[in-house]
Write a protein that binds this ligand. Structure first.
Ligand code: TYM
Length: 333
């Protein structure tokens, strides 16, 4: 580890194929910061089993996710890439932090409320204590920043509260991390239901990183716009949530401001705007898809990447875990 650099860490659950929300809300931001930070990115596979998974699909998607991380620009020579389940310290610190996280705090988590409503037949203890494991994922690496989309902010805030509580009892064990949320792309909404965030659970409104260009374009052409009479491209998330979401996507990809986008499409209707956003997304994802497909064929290379990643991550994580075990009073092995 380069001790002079600040640390960044984040993860994504391989519970579904990576989508445009994951890319614009999280990964794109990660790849941009590698020279400045010591970076740790993982596949949050332990988290996925809070919801029932098909084992073969989970295994396949986990490897695909690693290939896609690399294809998105996360160079394994410069970033530590690993599977969460390969570093036992996550589960170990997770247990400790379960004992420092309050029932009331966990009950307030939006993701728990959403997922327990969606999976009424499987409201398991792991789903409830998930944020304590996420706190462990983060605090093990003593990061300065946790780059996530808007929906994960609440979990990072809980992580800060738990870390402060622990430090308050035992002294400064954990660094208090900051969420790092992008200005554009932090909350990409579904293309068919602009009122809810883009997610794999509504596939028609979700654009996947590996999707074929013609399918992406079809989804954008069918994107729900707004029933206002104005029919012009203007940013107004309340009155025009559909158009504003497309503008947000276009802005996150091209780097253009909303004013510049309004000017670009001045006098043109939604019919011209939607395929233009589709094209920008297709061109942005094309090299990622091609590179991920190529990398995925080389299983030996991927194995080398995740083994080296787990080895480095374990070294860093175990250092924090040893300190925690000592502080709480466990006998040194
Ligand atoms: P997950 O797997 O649901 O999502 C991964 C990342 O993608 C972002 N994201 C979005 N951003 C913008 N618009 C969207 N529609 C959208 N959908 C998803 C999320 O905010 C997230 O940054 N609990 C985490 C995974 C996790 C984690 C961690 C993250 C486990 N341990 C430690 C950071 C640090 C989760 O379920 O994200």
């Amino acid at each position: 580890m380069d001790d002079t650099k600040k640390i960044m860490l984040s993860g994504i659950q391989p519970s579904g194929d990576l989508h445009l929300g994951n890319y614009l809300g999280a990964i794109k931001n990660w790849a941009d910061r590698v020279e400045e930070f010591d970076c740790y990115y993982f596949m949050a596979d332990l988290h996925t089993i809070t919801v029932r998974q098909n084992p073969a699909d989970l295994r396949r998607r986990s490897l695909e996710q690693l290939a896609q991380y690399i294809a998105c620009g996360l160079d394994p020579e410069k970033n530590t890439l690993f599977f969460q389940s390969h570093v036992p310290a996550h589960a170990q610190l997770g247990w400790v932090l379960d004992c420092y996280t309050m029932f009331g705090e966990l009950s307030r988590m939006t993701q728990f409320k959403d997922k327990s409503a969606k999976h009424k037949d499987n409201i398991n203890a792991g789903l409830f204590t998930y944020p304590a494991l996420m706190a462990a994922d983060i605090l093990l690496y003593q990061p300065d920043y946790v780059p996530v989309g808007e929906d994960q902010k609440q979990h990072v805030e809980l992580t800060r509260d738990v870390a402060q509580r622990f430090n308050g009892i035992y002294g400064p064990v954990f660094k208090i991390p900051e969420p790092y949320i992008p200005k554009a792309g932090a909350r990409i909404m579904g293309l068919t239901v602009p009122g809810s965030k883009m997610s794999k659970s509504i596939p028609e409104g979700c654009v996947f990183l590996m999707e074929k260009p013609e399918d992406i374009q079809r989804k954008f052409r069918r994107a729900v716009t707004d029933s206002d009479t104005e029919r012009c491209v203007r940013y107004d998330p309340v009155a025009k949530p559909g158009v504003s979401n497309l503008m947000n996507i276009y802005s996150a990809i091209t780097g253009r401001t909303f004013e510049a986008i309004e000017a670009e499409f001045d006098g043109q209707g939604y019919g011209a705007f939607k395929p233009k956003v589709g094209e920008a997304v297709i061109e942005c994802l094309r090299p990622i898809r091609e590179e991920a497909t190529r990398i995925l064929k080389d299983k030996g290379y991927l194995e080398g990447v995740y083994r080296a990643g787990a080895e480095k991550a374990s070294r860093v994580a175990n250092k924090t875990l040893r300190k925690v075990y000592k502080k709480v009073g466990f006998v040194q092995p």
